[in-house]
Design a protein around this ligand. Sequence first.
Ligand code: F0G
Length: 408
Amino acid sequence: MEPESLKCIRCGRDHDPRRAIYTCKSCGGLLDVAYDYTKLDPARLREEWRSGAPWVWKYHQLLPADPKIRVSLGEGGTGLHRCRRLAERLGVKELYVKNEGENPTGSFKDRGMTVGVTVALMLRARATACASTGNTSASLAAYSAKAGLPCLVIVPSSKIARGKLVQAIAHGARVLAIKGSFDDALREVRKLAESGEVYLLNSVNPFRLEGQKTLAYEVYEQLGGRAPSRVVLPVGNAGNISAIWKGFKELVELGMLDSPPKMMGVQAEGASPFASMLIQGLDELVPVREPETVASAIGIGFPVNWPKARRAVEESGGWVAVVSDQEIVEAQRMLARLEGLYVEPASAASIAGLARMLEERAIDRDEEVVCVATGHGLKDPDVVLQFYEEPVEVSVEEALEEARRVLR
Ligand code: F0G
């Protein structure tokens, strides 16, 4: 559907959605894609969704891009896995993991990029660009390749997992690694975008977040037309939590859902400016200068979307948690070994966060929880080699002897 406007969440000013802008021209606030929902018939929508194939473009009526020229790799339609063994271990009644690693490039970013890169074509952009801790660059590189657009990515050198870097290179992006943080990289690439040289596809781009909100619609459908009591997810640049909340709010607005979930954000100890702001009751976010965590995807010191994310947590009645690297690695191991789901450390932060929130009684044990596993484990194999027991090299005879011992 054609959006009505890009609405500033701070001053309310409307902007033309057919222009490449990222923040409010009056006050610099973040923008939301606004629609006239009265143009949609919820009963027809529900019927269409019920019979449609499971992917992002099934929801084209609520997307701001033209499906006829979509740039797609078959994203969305990821599994919502019921995790009985892990639920029992953590002591919660019902637990599902939405496994975003099943997307084409292995993370939830693909939902956003299919829409964002289609919009880039609609705006006749000459090139795409992003700063990234890894997954955004992998995804943007792939979708830009599909669209035939040159792609520039700036990453913090030595702070990006190998699997992700390899993806961006393989898809032919121009990769620049800087000696700074993700936040430095984003500041630089935003300058390039303001000058109109490239189309920016970081999560400050409101069109990209429109693609990501489809996760909410999928969870709603997969649970048979309702929402869980909580959605728990990692927070980095704070786009995804804002996007998913927008998706649930739209279902309420359309009269398709009565009670939306509480949005629960999780950050890593060494990069927790958003959680700290809420826990300490501050009005403004205080940036972390040198973010450091095993979950490199969420190693972000100044999350640009914090005002939207704050709104998501406050409106939904949700909360935040901070977890240590050790808790993250332990959660990754539990999910892999109890449920067969191997996810990257940032994704495991959602499980670690759930464990924390149960302990801290921010979540009750009789609730139904969906944790979002944002990216595939294969993105970052070095973590396993660093933190898990490695296989020892032995002779064939010793191996057989050991095998018999283990099987006995
Ligand atoms: N999980 C993973 C695997 C991510 O890659 C990211 C963000 C997040 C969670 C956090 O999502 O930023 O919307 O709060 N990765 C970005 C990137 C920053 O560059 O790939 P967010």
